[in-house]
Design a binder for this molecule. Structure first.
Ligand code: ATP
Ligand code: MG
Length: 332
């Protein structure tokens, strides 16, 4: 079985619709056919310096949502990144294979650091993509299911794998991105050209998986749409309607042309109501299961411990090869 690996940051109290459609839903599907490793990437989350209480809470909420969304601890290894020490260890080795210019070209760093003053963004935010390469390469992942925003980071992971293999002998599988075009970039409801994001979307622009039906409906009804009345996909001129069409299409497994035909001549109102109901129906069971899982923290922590044990076995094996190939003396 080919291997998949992916991760999600505990940077908010809930996942959003983009995380769900662009990533987590694929993770659930892929566990049927792949050897699957999925993690809550708390080492990545500390790049923005959350408080310890916030980080702990969000890490458990994130893990609970993954199980609630359908990840099965029998079929997938679901774990917390910091429980496997090899991530940080391999990240250092890969930092030493990366050029300054190469790291400096990462556009996500440019976006995320723009809110800090000149020179004030953290070094962790800068080296984030290299830690991500370590995450992937440790598990010898063949495929990495992610949203479009991760394309460039995946490219860096591939380059680092190839470079290391050339310098030190075959050590890593070169990973491929697994990106579903239709849902690769779910956009902000208030700014339909920007990605929906945990850390940069406004509350009105984001649909949270753990949110109640009332606010979810309100946000969809108030989503920015374009002047005009036709429900047709047109990225250039109707990014708001196009985003909502993609959402309804993905949730209900209905091709976009079929939706366009269904809502022809009906204006935006009916269409938006149906989008809202589809979102509410998709999220409700995940929210309920998440709440239940969070009700028994000890059991949740046991599930994560079991996931970490499976992950550690693979990570340790890769790291042993890395240590030997790069020329570290055997650990006494
Ligand atoms: P942050 O703003 O803190 O970076 P995020 O919303 O980008 O949070 P991540 O935890 O960084 O979420 O990403 C988890 C996964 O969700 C990644 O695979 C990412 O590509 C995917 N993803 C994030 N936002 C979207 C989106 N709007 N559409 C599709 N996929 C997305
Ligand atoms: Mg992100």
């Amino acid at each position: 079985r080919p291997r998949v690996l992916s991760g999600i940051q505990p940077t908010a109290d809930s996942f959003h619709l983009g995380n769900y459609l662009g990533a987590v839903r694929q993770w659930v599907a892929l566990q049927e056919t792949h050897d699957a490793f999925y993690m809550v990437v708390d080492l990545h989350a500390i790049t923005v310096n959350p408080s310890p209480a916030e980080l702990r809470r969000r890490t458990r909420v994130a893990a609970a949502q993954l199980f609630a969304a359908g990840l099965d601890p029998e079929r997938s290894s679901v774990f917390v990144q910091s429980h496997v020490r090899e991530h940080a260890e391999l990240a250092w080795v890969l930092i030493c294979q990366t050029g300054m210019g190469e790291a400096g070209r990462m556009t996500q760093f440019k976006d995320k650091s723009s809110k800090y003053g000149e020179g004030s963004a953290g070094v962790g935010l800068f080296t984030y993509p290299i830690l991500q390469a370590a995450d992937i390469l440790l598990y010898q992942a063949d495929q990495v299911p992610v949203g479009a925003d991760q394309k460039q980071h995946l490219e860096l992971s591939r380059d680092l794998a190839q470079r290391f293999n050339n310098r030190y002998g075959r050590t890593f599988t070169v990973p491929s991105p697994y990106i579903l075009k239709e849902v690769e970039k779910i956009t902000d409801l208030q700014d339909p050209t920007a990605k929906m994001s945990k850390s940069s979307s406004s509350p009105q622009g984001i649909l949270d998986v753990l949110e109640q039906p009332g606010p979810l409906r309100k946000k969809v009804m108030r989503a920015v749409t374009d002047t005009g009345t036709d429900v047709v996909a047109d990225d250039e001129n109707k990014p708001g309607i196009t985003n909502l069409l993609r959402i309804l299409s993905a949730i209900t497994a209905t091709p976009i042309p079929e939706l366009e035909a269904r809502y022809a001549g009906q204006g935006y109102g009916t269409f938006k109501k149906d989008v809202a109901e589809a979102v509410v129906d998709a999220f409700a069971p995940i929210r309920e299961r998440t709440e239940k899982l969070l009700g028994d923290e000890a059991e949740l922590d046991r599930m994560l411990a079991a996931g970490a044990a499976k992950a550690r076995a693979v990570a340790a094996e890769t790291m042993a090869h890395v240590r030997e190939n790069i020329g570290f003396l055997p650990t006494p």
